[in-house]
Design a protein around this ligand. Structure first.
Ligand code: DLL
Length: 447
């Protein structure tokens, strides 16, 4: 197989074919056995679960089918916060090998612990993602996710270890050095956020390289934030890579909960380690395959921080049907937003990624944009800053105004929202080394 930049990619690769292509009935038997063990572990070792299962009148020994899962109560982020720091751990501290925590800006941090077996499972899940993008033990893996309490860097690292790849542990930042090493070391696979991959690509181009031709790199495992299709294509063209979307969240494990294959048609869920459900966030009922709703995960293999029906607030759906890559693990669609990031602009509900999809239709624009929310009297007022590509004539006022109007009209007709579009100078929107901040909400500062 040859990718869009003419680089040859090997045939489909697998890291654990016995799991990745497992027969569904065998998988379901494995899931049931692991679910039974997980619920019992939660009940016996975590006070929170003992209380919630008791008050729901559920005897943990009576899980006899996978559909029994639907009888169990949900777990919310607040439940983890209330148990800060170690109240949701099911093992003794002596067995906890690693701690990760998500940011505590809006309350206590959520702390997740990993035993050595948990780290090995995490590594296996990420190693499958390396294979998903065509990598293997011979690959050089540049990890430019942040290392630290954030799970991106060390999760990818764990994957590199399990796969036996050569790890280049760059962490995020120092972008020129990232480019230099990518070039000098002949890196094969990059792992970082999509925003950072684009910044690395742009920096390489600024330094005079054409990475698509000059660099060996052929794959990128990008996630931790949404990435529109147009941004994905921009990264693929600039770096000469195939981009696979990787998903995960700290509470559930970190990167590797699901990941696309090279067909880029949904993210294969590590179903030996997690059960995915899609629920209606209002009624809390489980939705059938194909319907969009909130993603809920139950862990099946975690020793230290198991979770029953954890509500992610991420929006996706389960894609019905088989995948061409041969894997039998079901696919979730790319995340379209979060139930809690919906903007209500003059009564119209919009998700930030809908802006990105519309903007992706304008070849005059780069993938960088920023939405500022302010107030005009009692009404929300939205300013969308967009950046043209470097060949756009930025000094011609008329063409700037024309483009701004075309974008505003397109947003209005697609999303029924009326917003102010500002075309700003190339390179003036802030670049990010981790997750991009695309929404600046100034409404509370305005009294
Ligand atoms: O972002 C873990 C991760 C690291 C995933 C590296 C992939 C790669 P948190 O910081 O806890 O963990 O943030 C989790 O980020 O609930 C989603 O809203 C969002 N998110 C993660 N991956 C994707 C993705 C890591 N591929 C939160 N697409 C999740 C869209 C994503 N959103």
């Amino acid at each position: 197989m040859v990718n869009s930049s003419g680089k040859v990619i090997d045939a489909e690769r697998y890291y654990q074919p016995e799991i990745e292509m497992i027969n569904r009935s065998e998988l379901e038997a494995m899931q049931l056995q692991r679910l039974q063990a997980t619920v019992l572990n939660c009940y016996q070792n975590i006070g929170y679960y003992q209380r919630t299962l008791d008050s729901a009148g559920i005897d943990p020994r009576f899980i006899t089918s996978l559909s029994d899962l639907q009888k169990l109560p949900f777990t919310n982020k607040q439940d983890l916060r209330d148990a800060y720091p170690f109240g949701m751990f099911a093992v003794d501290m002596v067995d906890v090998q690693r701690l990760h925590a998500s940011s505590g800006t809006t309350g206590n941090a959520t702390v997740v612990g990993y035993t050595q077996a948990d780290l090995d499972n995490w590594g296996d899940a990420f190693a499958r993602c390396i294979a998903l993008v065509g990598g293997g033990p011979e690959s050089i893996l540049q990890i430019a996710y942040g290392y630290g309490l954030f799970t991106g860097g060390l999760g990818a690292h764990e994957g590199g270890i399990r796969m036996g790849s050569t790890i280049l542990p760059m962490s995020a930042g120092n972008t020129k050095r990232q480019v230099q090493m990518m070039s000098d070391f002949g890196v094969d696979i990059l792992a970082c956020t999509p925003s950072y991959a684009l910044l690395i690509a742009d920096t390489a181009i600024e330094l005079g390289y054409d990475p698509a031709k000059d660099f060996k790199i052929s794959g990128a495992i990008l996630g931790a934030e949404p990435c529109s299709e147009s941004m994905r294509h921009e990264i693929e063209e600039k770096l000469g890579v195939t981009v696979v979307d990787i998903y995960g969240l700290s509470e559930v494990m970190g990167p590797g909960v699901s990941c696309e294959c090279r067909y880029q048609n949904g993210l294969h869920v590590a179903e030996d380690q997690f059960i995915i459900e899609i629920i209606d966030p209002e009624t809390l009922q489980v939705l059938p395959d194909g319907e969009w709703g909130e993603v809920v995960f139950t862990t099946l293999a975690k020793q230290c921080s198991p979770l029953i029906r954890y509500r992610t607030h991420d929006i996706s759906r389960i894609l019905p049907g088989d995948c061409q890559c041969g894997r039998t693990l079901r696919r979730m669609d790319r995340i379209t937003g979060r139930t809690d990031d919906m903007l209500i602009i003059r009564g119209v509900n919009v998700f930030p990624n809908q802006f990105a999809e519309v903007l992706g239709g304008f070849t005059e624009l780069t993938s960088y944009y920023q939405i500022t929310l302010t107030r005009s009297g009692p009404m929300d007022y939205v300013i969308l800053k967009v950046e043209p590509t470097s060949d756009f004539h930025f000094d011609e006022v008329k063409s700037i105004e024309r483009l701004e109007k075309r974008i505003a009209d397109e947003l209005n007709s697609n999303l029924q929202v009326s917003i102010e579009v500002q075309l700003v100078e190339p390179m003036s929107i802030e670049r990010f080394e981790g997750k991009a901040v695309r929404i600046v909400d100034l409404r509370d500062d305005m009294g």
